[in-house]
Design a protein around this ligand. Structure first.
Ligand SMILES: [Zn+2]
Length: 808
């Protein structure tokens, strides 16, 4: 910067930043963004010379300054810094956004370098010290965690860097490009990053021994250990310039040469093994932090003391750039709501954790959720294999995964069916399309595949009944709108019955599987979300003590929703189902229909029925036909998922025929999928309010617990934390509304790596949000305690009753 003018390179960076921030600023003024940027960039500038009007801000000093402003080390922990102008609650709020853009360990390392200390931890203790008392006294239950994402980024990165030389990861395995041209380029840079990491580490090691001076003169010596040396130097020079990487095969060969043989099969704690596999381990050894955090801290220290080593600076920043792009490849960015965005980020994880076994992931979940907290119960979810042996092994891993704590943590495995629009099939038809050759009905092949998984679960339970101590629940998750509820009715009933038989013959020592469904998380219209929450009750899937995941529709304010969603497109058949469901509820006296609504609903349903089925149909038949879909006996009688004969449906009369046409008629399918622009009716808000009250009292009477995942809902459901439905489901003292039942809630972290969170973090985020809203500390903590108790009560983990359990 020269007297208020940016250097051309900084100017370009500033323009790129504005371009990036504009859509996220939601109409905020560009001038304000510019002021913010200037304040952050040039807060404490370094003048090039005392008399010069030019100033320069080096990247390392900028980051170290930011780290010092945000963090402080307190014994073995890293805490957020409070200052006269910034309370802890505000600091936590700021951290929420920072942590979605940048891995926290980089700031921790920068702080360590700035203050001349060793980094004490790889992550920030968000609640410390204010929530220390709460966390040490309160038992926590993790009720909603997807095992595939239960790895903090820093550990995932270590796994990737340590293993990328030996794993046969190919460009086709990667699911996204992380901002590079294609997956091939992404992979080339990942392997090059591992090579650079090793080179930087080796250089810093030799520097400490007094055997190196600067990176430029050190690298040729290192290159001599590879053949031919020019290729290695070419790879490093390509990275320094950020273009034309060497091929991933070439880079991997170099990496193998430098790294030597991978260590023999290491025994012991999987998390320690993961660290010991890291080539940096030999130099840095075991410590409370990962070798990676210490490498970055040492690099910052070197940048500060040797600013003239430009070669080191460019290689290090390019390394950090690839690391950060990978972080953003995994972590959901704010402003990208919806389950579709989320699912692409979620898909990105699995190739990067290739080679990481399930036991390591379970250990990682145990460690992450007990950071600074008393984790008493851990449930992990994943999709079942169609091979029963895999499920048995997984259940055993969940039970046996070692954990370095005195107090044992109860563990459970929950298996979930994944809702998808497409499954890889030769005909490439969507799962909903009834033209599936062998099946001839909607979701036929999808259902058939899930049946194989059900069979595998039944086999495990039959052969190893004691595994019911660990295999504790079933779930349906992922793209909520892709597969309707009825598809899962026969499947879930079958699994539950199989587990009930095992529980019964155990003589009371075991309980049947619990059920939890992701429902009411994503919906086009609020009534659709509410219907999805009710259908598991309506179709008799949910039982006392079961749970629902998210159920955001239950706490969404109807009047605000109607105001913001005046016209919404929805497939005709889904709108018809909403109306038929409403008519059923009114017929059951579940709620009183608002004045002026009955005729409107009937007219709309009649019109839609005629449009979809190509002729007039009686409403009573349409209503009955919808209910038949959710009836496992009906589906079994008509041969679902193989619809060869329609004759069998005749015994149900016109409703049976309508149900069969819905399942198998392609014309009904295409007409039903047509979007209808649905306009809010003046009576909608009143109806939605009554529906929510009815659902709350129904769920409360059934003792159903709602699993809330605040960060997940903030990013995927675009629900601001301060407006999270959890505050209305479980009201604060004095805030309960008359006549509205409160519902037990449990907290989960959903997908920690994708959402940059953990169970203790979720508690902290909620707590400080309450403080920001003006709630007293005492009230906020007692509310937090109630939520923790809700989780402990609703947990699926085995609680021995009757004769003591034996190991399976
Ligand atoms: Zn989930």
């Amino acid at each position: 910067m020269d007297s208020g003018t940016l250097h051309p390179a900084s100017s370009k960076l500033a323009d790129d930043l504005s371009h990036h921030l504009k859509p996220l600023a939601r109409g905020g003024s560009l001038e304000v963004l510019t002021q913010l940027r200037e304040a952050l960039w040039f807060e404490e500038v370094e003048w090039v010379s005392p008399r010069s009007s030019q100033c320069r801000v080096s990247l390392h000093s900028f980051l170290m300054r930011q780290a010092q402003a945000r963090l402080e080390f307190s014994g073995p922990r890293v805490c957020l810094r409070i200052s006269p102008g910034l309370s802890l609650a505000e600091a936590v709020h700021h951290w929420r956004w920072t942590s979605l853009s940048l891995p926290g360990d980089v700031l921790i390392a920068a702080h360590a370098a700035a203050t001349g200390q060793e980094p004490p931890a790889d992550s920030v203790s968000l609640g410390a010290p204010e929530l220390d008392g709460f966390f040490s006294e309160t038992e926590l239950a993790q009720t909603h965690l997807h095992l595939g994402a239960a790895i903090p980024f820093e550990r995932l990165w270590t796994h990737l860097m340590a293993g990328i030389a030996s794993q046969d990861l190919l460009p086709g395995d990667l699911k996204g490009t992380a901002g590079f041209v294609d997956t091939r380029e992404f992979l080339c840079w990942l392997v090059t990053a591992a090579l650079a990491r090793l080179s930087l580490g080796s250089f810093l090691f030799h520097l400490e021994q007094g055997q190196a001076q600067d990176l430029g003169s050190f690298l040729p010596g290192l290159a001599k250990r590879t053949r031919p040396p020019q290729v290695f130097l070419g790879a490093m020079s390509a990275l320094s310039q950020g273009k034309d990487p060497v091929s991933f095969a070439e880079a991997r060969r170099l990496l193998r040469t430098l790294q030597g043989q991978p260590p023999e099969r290491l025994q012991g704690d999987p998390l320690e093994v993961l660290e010991q596999r890291d080539p940096l381990f030999e130099w840095l050894g075991l410590a409370p932090t990962l070798p990676e955090t210490r490498l970055i801290a040492r690099s910052f220290r070197y940048l500060r003391t040797s600013p003239a080593d430009k070669g080191f600076a460019s290689l290090f920043w390019q390394y950090l750039r690839i690391r950060n792009l990978t972080y953003r490849h995994l972590v959901l960015a704010p402003g990208t709501g919806g389950l579709d965005w989320f699912s692409t980020h979620f898909r990105n994880i699995s190739p990067l954790r290739k080679g990481m076994d399930e036991r390591t992931r379970v250990c990682s979940a145990l460690e992450m959720d007990s950071r600074g907290a008393r984790l008493a119960s851990l449930e992990v979810r994943t999709s079942p294999s169609a091979h029963w042996g895999d499920i048995r092994n997984l259940a055993r891993e969940v039970k046996a995964a070692p954990f370095r704590r005195e107090e044992p943590v109860a563990r459970a495995l929950v298996l979930h069916f994944i809702k998808e629009t497409h499954t890889s099939r030769p005909d490439k038809l969507p799962n909903a399309d009834p033209r599936q050759r062998a099946h001839g009905c909607r979701f036929g092949s999808y259902f058939h595949a899930r049946e194989q998984e059900v069979l595998a679960i039944e086999t495990v339970l039959r052969r190893h009944p004691r595994l019911l101590q660990v295999l504790r629940g079933m779930d349906v998750c992922h793209l909520e709108l892709a597969v309707p509820t009825w598809v899962f009715v026969p499947l879930l009933q079958r699994v539950r019955q199989a587990s009930a038989r095992v529980a019964e013959s155990s003589g009371g020592g075991l309980r049947a599987l619990g059920l939890t469904l992701h429902a009411g998380e994503e919906f086009r219209r609020l009534s659709e979300g509410l219907r999805h929450i009710h259908e598991p009750v309506e179709f008799q899937l949910l039982q006392r003590g079961d749970r629902l995941g998210h159920a955001l529709a239950l706490g969404t304010k109807p009047r605000a929703w109607c105001r913001d969603n005046a016209v919404v497109p929805q497939p005709k058949e889904e709108h018809l189902d909403d109306l038929l469901w409403e008519l059923d509820r009114v017929a059951h006296d579940d709620w009183l229909t608002p004045r002026g609504r009955a005729r409107y609903v009937k007219e709309q349903a009649t019109r839609l029925g005629a449009e979809i089925y190509g002729g007039s149909t009686a409403l009573v038949d349409l209503r009955q036909a919808r209910k038949l879909r959710g009836d496992a006996y009906f589906l079994a009688t008509v041969g679902y998922p193989f619809m060869r004969s329609h004759e069998l449906a005749k015994q149900w009369g016109p409703p049976g025929e309508l149900a069969v046409r819905y399942l198998s008629d392609f014309a009904v399918y295409t007409r039903g999928r047509q979007p209808e622009l649905v306009t809010v009716h003046p009576t909608d808000a009143a109806m939605l309010e009554r529906t929510q009250q009815f659902l709350r009292s129904t769920l409360a009477a059934l003792e159903i617990t709602i699993e809330a995942n605040p960060t997940s809902n903030m990013l995927i459901g675009e629900v601001a934390l301060e407006h999270h439905p959890i505050f209305s489901l479980q009201p604060l003292p004095g805030k309960a509304r008359k006549g509205v039942s409160s519902i037990a809630v449990a907290l989960g972290s959903d997908d920690p790596v994708t959402l940059a969170t953990s169970l203790p973090d979720e508690f902290a985020y909620l707590y400080f949000e309450l403080l920001r809203a003006g709630v007293s500390r005492q009230e906020a903590q007692s509310w937090l305690r109630r939520v923790a108790e809700g989780g402990m009560r609703a947990r699926f983990t085995h609680q021995p009753t009757g004769p003591g359990p034996r190991a399976p």
